[in-house]
Design a protein. Structure first.
Length: 383
């Protein structure tokens, strides 16, 4: 039996007084039937692995018991978001095996940037599927699944396809920008990189607008994390000049760049609220969650925040997680640490499942969001 004539009330407009730090009781929960995600490896659940090479063991060991297309030992923040909303983990759009798109799809690809880059996947790991291509994939996904859904003669023909009416009720999540900064740090001076940020943020806004034009209404935007705290950046810093590192040991210039991007991203999200009157847009300060975890690692049950669980990085030689190399005549296997649940960084760039869970727990309840409402209520427009 298919339900027809379902009453959809996607935009409840509720006026509430939000008192700092208090529960927002007046807002009803949302019916979120699907998640569509856009981003880089921070939220890639198998896209780049399907397009190029599978992840190597020991990735996936903690939760999946096998490599599962994720750059981590287990689940990513987007997986915990899906768990929290009672939805299945997202299949990657680019994956053709064992996928189910009934409750959304993941267009994120590891290495993805907002702007098209001139570097290659093979040289620098820059994804050939940047944000504008991900939006194109989404548009094609929406058109083709709608066609097949409507053509289906039997309900069983619709299994694994999203309901067309769910696109306007879905949560559209974004976690991208880190690689634009990383590419800029590789190829541009700090000043030139800073000057490109308005363009990067405008292209981000164009992506959101493109999805809005196709009917997307509920947007959940993660800002970018403290790239200067990634152990892969700090591991090769020896005898830094005074001021190069901040008081926590992160590279200050790099974090300043992330902070500048985030400031402009937030301003842009606020502008988009005016421009896209039927949308609700939540800006989520993931930076603060990650920096908070790194700053307080020991109090939160983690070891040295700059420890890399999986990978060999010494004397400027990098053997990435899961790889083997011969160093000074000795075979080195970059396997995982004994207790990933006490380590923040999985491979020097990506976070462990334990860290992702900690971060997810700090953003899902809305305490780091603008407006400060939990993800389960993200469909509500706050006046
Ligand atoms: C890539 O190269 C083209 C042509 O040289 C240039 O116009 C464009 O700005 C470059 N893109 C980036 C992100 O550097
Ligand atoms: C690296 O070595 C380990 C242990 O010796 C082995 O299990 C693994 O298959 C090797 N990996 C590659 C990519 O060759
Ligand atoms: C290789 O061994 C030499 C001599 O013991 C040492 O000086 C050098 O640092 C080693 N290189 C690496 C990459 O460990
Ligand atoms: C949100 O969750 C975090 C982590 O559990 C907690 O520290 C914080 O107090 C919560 N905030 C609100 C507003 O519930």
């Amino acid at each position: 039996m298919e339900f027809t004539g379902v009453l959809i009330v996607p935009f409840l407009v509720v006026s509430v007084l939000i008192v700092e730090g208090e529960e927002v009781m007046a807002l009803p929960p949302c019916d979120i039937p699907a998640i569509y995600n856009f981003g880089d490896s921070n939220s890639d659940t198998g896209g780049i692995a399907a397009a190029f090479f599978p992840m190597a063991a020991p990735c996936g060991e903690t939760f999946f018991g096998r490599p599962a297309g994720r750059g981590s030992d287990g689940r990513l923040i987007i997986d915990f978001i899906a768990d929290h909303l009672g939805l299945p983990h997202l299949s990657a759009y680019l994956d053709s095996i064992g996928t189910n798109f009934q409750h959304g799809a993941n267009f994120a690809t590891g290495g993805a940037t907002i702007r098209q880059q001139n570097e290659s996947w093979f040289e620098h790991g820059v994804s050939p599927f940047p944000l504008d291509i991900q939006v194109e994939h989404h548009n094609q996904f929406q058109e083709r699944t709608t066609y097949f859904y409507n053509q289906a003669k039997e309900p069983s023909d619709r299994i694994r396809l999203p309901r067309p009416e769910d696109f306007s009720k879905a949560l559209y999540t974004f976690d991208i920008g880190q690689n634009d900064i990383a590419a800029g740090l590789r190829t541009l001076s700090i000043e030139k990189l800073r000057a490109t940020i308005p363009n990067i943020v405008n292209q981000f806004a164009a992506a959101v607008q493109g999805i809005y034009e196709k009917g997307g209404r509920i947007f959940w935007v993660h800002n970018t994390g403290p790239i200067g705290c990634l152990p892969v950046s700090t591991v090769n810093v020896h005898d830094p000049l005074p001021g190069y590192l901040d008081e926590k040991g992160c590279i200050k210039d790099q974090n300043d760049m992330a902070a500048e991007f985030n400031k402009q991203l937030k301003d842009k999200v606020i502008q988009l609220r005016a421009k896209l009157p039927q949308a609700t847009l939540t800006y989520v300060d993931v930076y603060s969650a990650k920096y908070g975890l790194i700053s307080n690692a020991k109090n939160q049950g983690f070891e040295d925040p700059f420890k890399i669980c999986c990978g060999y990085h010494k004397n400027s030689i990098d053997v990435w997680c899961g790889n083997n190399a011969t160093i000074n005549g000795t075979e080195v296997y970059a396997g995982s640490c004994t207790n990933p649940s006490a380590v923040i960084s999985w491979d020097g760039v990506h976070y462990t499942e334990a860290a992702n869970l900690w971060i997810a727990n700090h953003i899902i309840n809305g305490s780091l969001s603008d407006p400060p409402i939990p993800i389960t209520q993200a469909c509500n427009t706050i006046l």
